[in-house]
Design a protein around this ligand. Structure first.
Ligand code: AMP
Length: 412
């Protein structure tokens, strides 16, 4: 079904056309009519499914009538500054043929410009919870005209301890409103929030809630702890990549890995929450523009970011929460492209690997790099015993494991 049949306004359809979208994605097909019909919505699609447009397009259609400037009519809460900035950009893109005022507020930057924008009146406000509460307390804006409330990435807001702030914000919105909530998983606290903040919501679930993008090919690389960085460098030499995100567990680890990769002549950007807002924006812009071939990131910093054309995700550290594995690889295989997710595994990671495999409902292939001088690790014995994946020393030639072809990188 084309976009034109969904009931979106003319100006919004023009915005969609200008973005080059041809057909709605599955979540857009299902969510847009529901929001237009005034229903509360729970969306549990994974990132990369087009969920921003799924809520933005119908909201913009509903706002497509001029109102005197004042407090926001649509409020979108996001867990991180980067996500907030990205969603604001998406709203601006979709609303380019409309006369709406769109603003974003998040922490880590000065109040001046944000205060001016809020005081001048906005139609759509995208915000992180903490900074929005600050503005509310300073009297810079009110939420008594909110018609549409979106709680995006609710599970991550929970992880980051933002739910009390979110509740305080929701309390300031009118009871008579439409609420949408997006979350990859629905833990009990989110269920409680849903009961409290939403009215007979309709759930739109795209694919199995937990399954990662189907276009992604997965592989595990078992190695001794002392050889992790060596293996990473070797992987980067052999994988024919265009752009890679490397995930680390800690900020310190991310800095260390980035430093090492730079010493190995890679152009590297780093994204984690210890960096200033300016540094993070610069890193992201540089990676998007192709100035950096590698982006080293921690989970929180990279959550839900719209980074196009990532050919590979490499998990330098196995994620401790299985959901993070799904979120990480959501960066690759976006919008029908194919991508690879490579995970470096040490013996200590085994329980986390088992949890991930259970979570995504599939066994991930174990792979060895041909010609890499492996030190012994107890993991190899476990692997043998399990008789899973590629047997040690069996991989030959350029083909390593099912579906994997390692060619020299185009960049070297
Ligand atoms: P999201 O899941 O909202 O982060 O969107 C992921 C990416 O898909 C973004 O780059 C969007 O611009 C893009 N996108 C969203 N909807 C469509 C569509 N209907 N056709 C093509 N690309 C889309």
């Amino acid at each position: 079904m084309p976009f034109a049949k969904l009931g979106l306004s003319k100006a919004v359809l023009e915005g969609v056309r200008a973005m080059g979208y041809v057909e709605p994605t599955p979540i857009q097909l299902r969510a847009i009519p529901l929001v237009l019909a005034g229903r509360d919505l729970i969306g549990s699609a994974q990132t990369g499914t087009g969920k921003t447009a799924a809520f933005a397009l119908p909201i913009l259609t509903k706002l497509d009538h001029p109102q005197p400037a004042s407090g926001p009519r649509a409020l979108i809460l996001e867990p991180t500054r980067e996500l907030a900035a990205q969603v604001e950009t998406a709203f601006r893109d979709y609303a380019r043929f409309m006369q709406l005022k769109i603003a974003v507020v998040y922490g880590g930057v000065g109040y001046g410009a944000q205060t001016d924008a809020l005081r001048a009146g906005v139609d759509v406000l995208v915000a992180t919870p903490g900074r929005l509460l600050d503005h509310l307390q300073r009297g810079n804006c009110r939420l008594d005209r909110v018609e549409f409330l979106v709680l995006d990435e609710a599970d991550r807001m929970l992880d980051m301890g933002f739910l009390p702030d979110v509740r305080r914000i929701v309390e300031r919105c009118p009871r008579q409103r439409h609420t949408s909530l997006f979350s990859a998983t629905i833990p009990p606290q989110i269920e409680t929030l849903i009961q409290w903040a939403m009215r007979s919501p309709e759930t739109v679930e795209i694919g199995a809630r937990r399954s990662p993008a189907e276009t992604v090919r997965h592989a595990l690389y078992p190695v001794a702890n002392s050889q992790k960085t060596e293996l990473l460098i070797e992987l980067l030499k052999r994988v024919n990549f265009d752009s890679v995100i490397i995930f680390c567990r800690t900020k310190h680890g991310a800095d260390r890995v980035a430093h090492l990769l730079k010493r190995n002549n890679h152009s590297v950007a780093v994204l984690h929450s210890n960096r200033t807002q300016k540094e993070r924006e610069q890193a992201l812009r540089g990676f998007r523009d192709g100035r950096y071939e590698l982006l080293v990131a921690t989970d929180i910093a990279a959550r839900g970011l719209d980074i196009q054309d990532v050919s590979h995700v490499i998990n330098y550290d196995v994620p401790q929460h299985p959901e993070d594995y799904v979120h990480r690889i959501g960066r690759t295989g976006r919008a029908q492209a194919t991508g690879d997710a490579l995970t470096i595994v040490t013996a200590e990671d085994l329980p986390h690997v088992t949890a991930i495999e259970r979570f995504i409902g599939q066994k991930i292939e174990r792979t060895k790099l041909d010609g890499f001088s492996y030190q012994y690790t107890a993991l190899f014995d476990v692997e043998k015993a399990e008789k899973q994946g590629v047997q040690i020393g069996r991989a030959r030639g350029a083909r390593v494991g099912r579906g994997y072809y390692f060619a020299p990188s185009r960049r070297r």
